[in-house]
Design a protein around this ligand. Structure first.
Ligand code: PLV
Length: 322
């Protein structure tokens, strides 16, 4: 069997979040993955399937998919080229270099970097690693839900799951995981920031839409168009997907509170999900009757992320709180 690159992550109970929501909150600590986020689950799986004999992989990324592709490629002894947009902070470029990758900067947002990656894949014969839109990614991400079932034991089922949405790959993987274990009745709260809200915009329009620009600081949620599978799931009568937005200020407040209370630093993309608790979205949805009374614990996918350090946190505070 092929080597698995991701780790089984801890499922931690958060006393502080539980107090806020009024029910037990469990944190699936994907920040603890070797590449710093959940992305290694799907990307590790995809690379195993598609890149074993490759002359090199190429991945377009806001940062974390690239970190995962570089990690998997290094493990497989395959060269990695990561194309990031200019909005990616220098600290990530350095981390990618440290992971042994060649880094190129192309365009302003992820969509520009992706155009370049597809071109280079073609001209240089490299294996293209998409960050969110591929069934093998969703299959790999689904393993996190299988782990949650094992951690919770047979008698406990989550009352709801909270995830961040960028292009929707994490969402598709979580849904795949819920399907695998027969939990399709568990509602999903899909969180984005204003300015990186392609999934919310698609649901409102009733079709996939492409945002004009990414104006949020949560750059790793910054795909201009959600993947089709995520949108199709949002239209399915078998699933309950509630799409909610928070501001960058709320996402920043969430990562600061998480650092204070849980002693873990995550990036803005993850802050969007955490803000569902810290900014009262979950309680409001329940009060509005849109989220049924939680019959089980709330499961937070702590997606993690490498585009953060203390300096970057200070920069974000200056930018967003002045
Ligand atoms: N980030 C992708 C896409 O960026 C990337 O290239 O890294 N949480 C974190 C920490 C992430 O890095 C991402 C995606 C998400 C959540 C959202 O995942 P998705 O795109 O599968 O919905 C443009």
């Amino acid at each position: 069997m092929a080597e698995v690159f991701h780790l089984k992550t801890p499922l931690l109970e958060s006393i502080n979040m539980s107090k806020r929501v009024g029910t037990t909150v469990y944190l699936k600590m994907e920040n603890a993955q070797p590449s710093g986020s959940f992305k290694i689950r799907g990307i590790g799986h995809l690379c195993q399937q598609l890149a074993r004999h490759s002359k090199g992989v190429i991945c377009s990324s806001g940062g974390n998919a690239g970190m995962a592709a570089a990690y998997a490629a290094q493990k497989m002894g395959v060269p990695a080229t990561i194309i990031v947009p200019s909005s990616t902070p220098p600290l990530v470029v350095q981390r990618l270099h440290d992971q042994g990758a060649t880094v190129r900067i192309a365009g302003k947002v992820w969509d520009d970097a992706n155009t370049e990656a597809l071109k280079l894949a073609e001209t240089e014969g490299l294996t293209y690693v998409p960050p969110f839109d591929h069934p093998l990614l969703w299959e790999g991400h689904a393993s996190m839900i299988a782990e949650v079932t094992a951690s919770l034991g047979p008698s406990v089922k989550p009352g709801a799951v909270v995830v961040s949405v960028g292009g929707g790959g994490l969402l598709c993987g979580v849904i795949q995981g819920l399907k695998d274990v027969g939990w399709t009745d568990v509602p999903i709260v899909a969180m984005e920031t204003v300015g990186a809200h392609c999934f919310n915009a698609a649901i409102k329009a009733g079709k996939l839409v492409t945002l004009d620009d990414i104006t949020s600081e949560a750059k790793c949620l910054g795909a201009k168009t959600a993947c089709k599978q995520a949108f199709d799931y949002s239209q399915s009568s078998e699933l309950t997907i509630i799409s909610e937005l928070v501001t960058d200020q709320q996402a920043l407040h969430a990562i600061q509170t998480f650092l204070d209370e849980e002693r873990v630093l995550v990036e803005m993309a993850c802050g969007a999900a955490l803000a569902a608790v810290y900014s009262g979205v979950i309680v409001r949805l329940q009060n509005e009757g849109r989220l049924p009374a939680l019959m089980g614990p709330l499961l937070m996918i702590v997606c993690g992320g490498s585009t953060i350090n203390m300096e970057q946190l200070t920069n974000l505070k200056h930018k967003l709180q002045s």
